[in-house]
Each structure stands twice: as C-alpha cells, then as structure tokens.
Design a protein around this ligand. Structure first.
Ligand code: ADP
Length: 173
C-alpha cells in the first residue's frame, strides 16, 4: 500500500505542482545554494518573508526539524523547510537519526496542514555531503514507515536532480 503512494522522478523540484515542496534548508532559514537557492529564487519574496518571521519568532530551524511557509510563486501551496545533517559534523549514527527526523518531521507538518501531495529533494546529499546510498535508504524507509502508519498523505514524490541519486532510488523503490 505504502509503495503505491511513492513516485520517483528526475527533475527540478521547483516545477512540481504539489501541495507542499520540501526544501533542504539550513538552520538560518535565510536561503543558501543548491535546492534551497532554487526554491527561494522560484518562490520569491513571500517565501523569504515567512522564513524571516519564523526566524524572528524561534531563531531558525534546528537540524532534523521542519517549519512551513507559503509556496509564494512556486506551483506548490507550501514550502516545508527542513534541515538535514551535515555529514562528518558528528557521529554517523547521529546524522542518520537526524536525516530520518528531517523526513519524518516534514511529513508530520504536512499532515497537520492537510497536505495530500508532497515532493522531497534528496536532503543532505549536496553541499552537506551525506553519502547518497545511505541517504536514499533512510529517506525511503522513513517515508514508507510513515505512510504505513498514516493514511492522510496520498502521494510522496522523490525528486532526484542528479543521475546518481535517481539510479539509487530506482533500485530501492
Ligand atoms: P544539502 O545542503 O541538504 O546537501 P543541497 O541543495 O546542496 O542540500 O543538495 C540536496 C540535493 O538537492 C542534491 O542531491 C542536489 O542535487 C539536489 N538539488 C539541487 N537543486 C535541485 C533542484 N532544483 N531540484 C531538485 N533537487 C535539487
């Protein structure tokens, strides 16, 4: 059952018409490179304004946690900003737990906001250098576990940008 709700595509996450697009943000929430830069460029000022409000209220977003903003000019209603771990910043076991938390907390926030379709990038596998194979295993296992326990999300789309991630996900799903 959970498997039929999971879809895999290769492409640009900013082009996905979904209820919520997940952003691999950093703890400042003020934008960065990679997918974060792409989402802020496409989403525009409204996304950044919401991020600044959250930052003023709670001081950003901790690793493994998630916050939600408008989708601004994106074809998505919301952006769920989550912060993945930086690989080699502590123990591997801790980073693995934090990466699973990033996926799980994004999904929880999605459910709270009545999101039915959600798109994930390959969190932490860019600038944060988490090993792609291990990250793909954690992402898929965490999403499957969540979908098995929770009915309300109808579709989870893994949007792979690079060939290596796409190949890994294709094998695992
Ligand atoms: P992190 O800091 O969490 O590693 P990055 O943005 O550097 O975040 O990379 C996360 C993943 O997002 C990488 O696999 C990268 O290839 C991918 N990525 C970069 N741009 C886009 C985009 N426009 N759409 C989807 N994925 C993207």
């Amino acid at each position: 059952m959970a498997n039929s709700k999971i879809k895999l595509i290769q492409g640009d996450i900013t082009e996905q018409a979904v209820d919520a697009t997940v952003n691999a943000a950093n703890t400042s929430l003020l934008g960065g490179g990679g997918v974060d830069g792409a989402i802020h460029r496409a989403g525009g000022k409204a996304v950044l304004d919401d991020c600044i409000k959250i930052r003023d209220r709670q001081g950003g977003c901790k690793t493994g946690e998630a916050v939600i903003t408008t989708g601004g000019n994106l074809p998505a209603k919301y952006v769920i900003h989550t912060v993945g771990p930086v690989w080699n910043s502590g123990s591997a076991a801790k980073a693995e737990k934090q990466l699973a938390n990033a996926y799980r907390n994004s999904l929880r926030l999605a459910v709270e906001n009545n999101v039915k379709m959600i798109a994930f990038p390959n969190i932490s596998t860019g600038i944060y250098h988490f090993p792609k194979d291990k990250a793909a295993e954690i992402a898929i296992a965490t999403v499957k576990d969540f979908l098995a326990e929770n009915d309300s999300i109808e579709q989870v789309i893994f949007v792979c940008f690079d060939n290596e991630n796409y190949g890994l996900y294709e094998r695992l799903i």
